[in-house]
Design a protein around this ligand. Sequence first.
Ligand code: NAP
Length: 312
Amino acid sequence: MTKITAADGTPAAPFCFGTMQFGAGSTESQSQQVFEACRAAGINFFDSAWVYTNGASETILGELAKSEREKLILTSKGGYTGSASRENLTAQLDESLTRLQTDYIDIYFMHRFDDDVPLQETFDALTSFQQAGKIRQIGVSNYAAWQVMKAQGVAAQSGTRIDVIQPMYSLVKRQAEVELFPMCLSEGIAVTPYSPLGGGLLTGKYNRAEQATGRLSTDDRYAARYAPAQMHETAGALAQMAADQGVDPATLAVAFVAANPAVTAPIISARTVEQLRPSLAALTLPLSSEAYSTISALSPKPAPATDRLEEG
Ligand SMILES: NC(=O)c1ccc[n+]([C@@H]2O[C@H](COP(=O)([O-])OP(=O)(O)OC[C@H]3O[C@@H](n4cnc5c(N)ncnc54)[C@H](OP(=O)(O)O)[C@@H]3O)[C@@H](O)[C@H]2O)c1
């Protein structure tokens, strides 16, 4: 299995923190408080992207991280807007490095699969960034399993490899269990999944109040992503289970993602320290296999990747 470490050799913490809200949902001072709470909890792994909050995410993270850069693992992503062409990736990576006030990014992700640019061009560019010391490891996000394996073949021809993937994954978004996770266990690829709370749905707040404030009520993309009634039923059942156990539903939701054997580190997130606490609490809540199965039973498992499994 690919190891994720900081440049000074420190291993990655069991959770990564995602900074997609820095400079928008979180003010600069809230971002700093959240960053410091993560550091106090031992988190040394922070996710960002060129496209987040018009650059504020990387700029704020760079300022917070610069005094202990070599102990930290910073990620960024390119090619979400524009394309995965060498020209666009070069420009976005150079801008990310400037904003992050660093010479290197620890893991650089392709933010999405780009049908319009040959993989050879993308992976030749990534290899040259790696050889120049601008990026340490290569990752891909939002790729289907066949796209990862196709890209891995091209990466090998370019003299490099995909070390990490970043898919969406939570109790209400389980598609990654079908192909991506078995692929990563088989190929030794690390997995840092995003949205373990389903964008906030699994905190249970949308079950408690119709007018709950949060991303699902303000962002149409998230409202559509988590619209199915079944997902809201799962969130309600998780909230009830958590209440029975005297824990926060967010703690159970993050612990469920972290407990999957394919998962290296879930990317947790929160706009404030108060929101962050229940996700951090999952660091010290290892789930027994019985507890894991009980949570897992709250949502449908996706259909398997191949037929005829019932024949034994
Ligand atoms: N590669 C990609 O395409 C991609 C896509 C998305 C995210 N990501 C990465 O993954 C990270 C995490 O994703 P995510 O933000 O979607 O994760 P998430 O954990 O599913 O959702 C976090 C959001 O849930 C709400 N929340 C968290 N704790 C709460 C609490 N205790 N009480 C009430 N509400 C709470 C907050 O939003 P509200 O207060 O607004 O409800 C918070 O911003 C991002 O920062 C980013 O780094 C990557």
